[in-house]
Design a protein around this ligand. Sequence first.
Ligand SMILES: *[C@@H]1O[C@H](CO)[C@@H](O)[C@H](O)[C@H]1NC(C)=O
Length: 439
Amino acid sequence: MKPWIWFTFVACLFAASTEAASNLVCYYDSSSYTREGLGKLLNPDLEIGVQFCTHLVYGYAGIRGENYQAYSLNENLDIYKHQFSEVTALKRKYQHLKVLLSVGGDHDIDVEHPNKYIELLEGEKVRQTAFIRSAYDLVKNYGFDGLDLAYQFPKNKPRKVHGELGSAWKSIKKLFTGDFIVDPNAALHKEQFTAFVRDVKDSLRADGFLLSLTVLPNVNSTWYFDIPALNGLVDFVNLAAFDFLTPARNPDEADYTAPIYNPTSKDRLGHYNADFQVNYWVKQGFPSSKINLGVATYGNAWKLSHDSGLEGVPVVPHTEGPAPEGTQSQKPGLLSYAEICGKLSNPHNQFLKGNDSPLRRITDPTKRYGTIAYRPVDGQITEGIWVSYDDPDTASNKAAYARSINLGGVALFDLSYDDFRGQCTNDRYPILRAVKYRL
Ligand SMILES: *[C@@H]1O[C@H](CO)[C@@H](O)[C@H](O)[C@H]1NC(C)=O
């Protein structure tokens, strides 16, 4: 073989082997800009994270209930304070970066029009045209590279982790009473969504804009995504394979909220794990190189009761819904990685008592299920708390998993919940870095 042929051959091999698992899609929720205190993420902090990302997904745009136009959910910041333009301008400095605008993402909460995402699909073509034109304008006018549809479909009903005795009978009963059925017209909506995505894609094609999908937690892909048809229309899909259980949806029991695989010790529901979700897309013929595995940078925190026991081993019974909000996350039942890390044993808190005493950590030597931190109820004063989350180690396990099955990469939800200040170990964005290092 001539040397240059050999060289080309080796170069191609190398290119092929680095092709897979190279995406690091970073979600950026711009509402983090308006948080109070240490949770507030400003642009210099954002920029430090962005260097590790191949894509930045900017959240969020929504749909106007009256006319179905796409619009910024925070116009004051995004438009009038120029945050859209400032963030897309980061591309000048980081030329590898692609910035997409995301629609929905469970941030478009609209009590007056709770069904607008379905109505947009069901309605006449003019509605969809209104959405498509306005979405295109936002992408074009503010310098985005494309659009992400984090479409707010109805979510499946929360269920017990594993059925008690007689669950077979229960499932049959539920089947007949229709208790499983969230959306009787799901099949129709699936068809309509495919047609809608096709039209969105057509509007973006001439400019070469990207189109991606985000499958939100607890949205059932079987119901809404015609996977073979979507393959030809979207550049990639981000599977939010976490929040399988949350303290809001499952107040009275706690379990791993984002395991890679199903824990074998108890017979749990088959679809509450990342591997099932990923495989579902792969089995339907979607190229694995276009699937990014979603990893959360926050934990779900339950409040424990006296009856939840002292062990902390899931499934934890008799929980009492969401734990109180963190000072940084400002959402009940949700703690950012920085907050969780601050509650683990460290030189400042190891001798503290009551609600300031540190949480115990249960690591995951199997590399399959994720990390747990908890503190049982103690006497009358100490509140019990139980958190399931991914730390840099387990997030890195997920990146290794993504690589091992040749996925496109990892999608991180989101930058603002990672320890972007380095409060924990002085390392800024430890989860993001751990994932980057493994991909
Ligand atoms: C969707 O729901 C059905 C019925 O509950 C379940 O069998 C299926 O595994 C779910 N699909 C996914 C991708 O989670």
